[in-house]
Write a protein of this length. Structure first.
Length: 306
């Protein structure tokens, strides 16, 4: 992520390995554990494999209609259909059919680059707590990366991307708001595996809290991110990439974070996790939904245009 991070590690549940990733020089006490994998050690890159669930969690206690599973329509190497790779969530205005899903940028780019994977290979299942049944299946027609996204950024990481669906879907989205209770509880959602082998069919949830940023220093946390604690053994693990951290604001669940990376790779759940802050990127999310473009105009641009 930063020049201080040396060899990073990707946890790829479907491959059953901890994957080293080339990186810039770093100190011995820092490493990045991405919650998604794209290649095998010493071998050619392969598409992202399923990346694990909420450790210490349990079957979802309610329907989360905006929760999404990002899937390969057919896995490019083994042909398996509806191959789950990452989580995500539907975003937009409640009461209006939404057509955009938020994911982590590292879920949809080739490792160590900004090269996008072909949107035609993706589908998203939304509106069900089941990974492989129910809800709505939609294709992805466009991927919009945040302009700052870089696997080894020296500033804000920008681990966020927006996926345009082939049609609006009739499920309640999470409203992007510039608010977060940094002293509050969060609920983590995800599909994945506790043993790096099997995936649960039922969405997992678990409650924990946000933590001080310095407690995620091992993952080189930046100002655009949140540190999520692993209270009572509840923690994000590698198939939760792109999935939300929720907070209850009034009577509504609000997505405040997007799963990015871990401070500790193995054993699963042993460390805290870094989540991209929705509050930090809320204005950008609205801009993308309105225009389909990644670059937001600056005030100088508006002045010239006027």
């Amino acid at each position: 992520m930063t020049a201080a991070i040396g060899v990073g590690l990707l946890l790829a549940a479907g491959l059953g390995v901890v994957q080293p990733v080339s990186a810039a020089p770093q100190s011995d006490d820092q490493a990045t554990y991405w919650m998604g994998g794209t290649g095998l050690p010493g071998g050619p890159p392969v598409p992202p494999s399923p990346t694990p669930m909420v450790v210490g969690g349990y079957d979802a206690t309610e329907l989360y209609p905006g929760m999404a599973s990002l899937q390969f329509i057919a896995h490019p190497t083994n042909g398996q259909p509806s191959w789950h790779t990452c989580g995500g969530f539907l975003t937009g205005v409640p009461g209006v059919a939404a057509g955009w899903v938020v994911v982590a940028a590292h879920c949809v780019t080739v490792m160590d680059s900004r090269i996008l994977r072909d949107p035609a290979n993706w589908q998203v299942r939304i509106g069900t707590n089941l990974r492989s049944a129910g809800g709505t299946l939609a294709r992805v027609t466009q991927v919009v990366l945040h302009p700052e996204w870089d696997w080894f950024a020296s500033g804000d990481v920008g681990d966020i991307a927006m996926l345009r669906l082939d049609r609006p879907v009739p499920h309640a989205p999470y409203l992007p708001l510039p608010v977060v209770d940094r002293d509050g509880k969060v609920r983590l959602l995800g599909w994945g595996t506790r043993d790096m082998i099997d995936l649960p069919e039922v969405l997992q949830e678990g409650d924990t809290t946000l933590a001080a940023a310095e407690l995620c220093a091992a993952a080189a946390i930046t100002d655009d991110e949140l540190c999520v604690d692993n209270r009572n053994g509840v923690a994000a693990t590698p198939g939760d990439s792109g999935g939300p951290a929720l907070q209850r604001i009034g009577s509504r669940w609000v997505a405040v974070g997007i799963a990015s990376r871990l401070t500790v790779g193995l054993p699963l759940g042993a460390g805290r996790a870094v989540y991209t802050s929705v509050a930090h990127y809320a204005a950008w999310m609205w801009w993308v939904m309105a225009t389909g473009r990644a670059e937001m105009p600056t005030r100088a641009t508006y002045a010239l245009a006027g």
